[in-house]
Design a binder for this molecule. Structure first.
Ligand code: SAM
Length: 291
């Protein structure tokens, strides 16, 4: 089977199977081998490793992964792509193809079966309509993994990497940075895919922290606080939190929490670091328990 990372071979296989692209599955296939190579390099894959690929499509990146890793697990939702994958990956014995929705897949179990529960790597050109749910599922279900290297919308990659005071900084930045260290490895223009997406894309690597960067009594409450703080971006943190139905604390307690961080009452949520959000969450959580 010829390698797929070019327009000619991609179109040939699509025509052979009379495959039609499904918008509802976010199908934009890579047709540039340089981009595929960049993703594999950014993921730092070695011959000993087990890689989960989410949404292999027709197997373009899967072929490269099979060449570079010990074991590849490819989870694809679209049943029409399975016979294509069986053809394009026929010569690789180290690839398992699964016809499943990744959001309904027990990924920890896959790591257990195929990698004895040791950390895997996750690689994907993600379907853009479910980028955040997929990434958050990987983190929140504690999948044993070293890193996630994914193609996402450029704007989403920027939000994941942004720090305090940046206009892209928000709940997604903090959620990602609580679990991992982001690094944008490449920007990718629309002409590297068929069909062409309407937006620019970027490859981002998220390296899982071995030790959490902050300790907080109740991470769920900290994220509630973070979401409430960014829901009303134009307001001061104090007013934003006071107006939020999810933050059941008086204005005085909220102000005391802000002052305990050494911050002025007029501070805006978008300037707080992860450490400051954790400290504020613990202050409020503790005062609630005492009250
Ligand atoms: N990896 C291929 C490539 O780079 O050419 C295809 C990438 S395409 C952007 C996204 C792929 O994810 C499609 O093959 C799509 O069918 C698949 N997909 C969409 N939703 C999915 C889900 N919930 N679970 C698994 N695969 C999914």
């Amino acid at each position: 089977m010829a390698t797929l990372g070019n327009p000619k071979n991609t179109i040939e296989i699509i025509q052979k199977y009379q495959f039609t692209f499904q918008k509802k599955f976010g199908q934009n296939f890579l047709i540039d081998s340089h981009v595929v190579e960049k993703i594999i390099r950014a993921a730092q894959i070695t011959k000993e490793e087990c890689v989960l690929e989410i949404g292999p499509g027709i197997g373009t990146m899967t072929q490269y992964l099979a060449e570079n890793a010990r074991q590849v697990i490819a989870v694809e939702i679209d049943a029409k792509l399975i016979p294509i994958l069986q053809e394009t990956l026929a010569s690789y014995e180290n690839v398992v193809i699964m016809n499943q929705d990744i959001l309904k897949t027990d990924i920890c179990e896959l790591a257990e079966i195929y990698n004895d529960g040791k950390p895997i790597k996750v690689v994907a050109n993600l379907p853009y309509y479910i980028t955040t749910p997929i990434i958050m599922k990987l983190f929140e279900t504690n999948v044993p993994m070293d890193n996630i290297t994914v193609m996402v919308q450029k704007e989403v990659a920027d939000r994941m990497q942004a720090g305090p005071g940046n206009k892209e900084y928000g709940a997604l930045s903090l959620a990602v940075q609580y679990y991992a260290r982001p690094y944008i490895a490449a920007n990718v223009p629309p002409n590297c895919f068929i069909p062409r997406p309407n937006v620019g894309s970027a490859v981002i690597r998220l390296t899982r922290h071995r030790d959490m960067p902050v300790q907080t009594e109740n991470p769920q409450f900290m994220f509630q606080l973070i979401r409430a703080s960014f829901n009303q971006r134009r307001k001061t943190l104090q007013n934003g939190l006071n107006n939020s139905p999810d933050i059941p604390y008086s204005k005085e307690t909220i102000l005391a929490g802000i002052e305990s961080l050494g911050l002025p009452p007029t501070v805006r949520g978008e300037t707080l670091t992860l450490e400051q959000f954790a400290a504020l969450a613990d202050f409020l959580y503790k005062s609630g328990r005492e009250g």
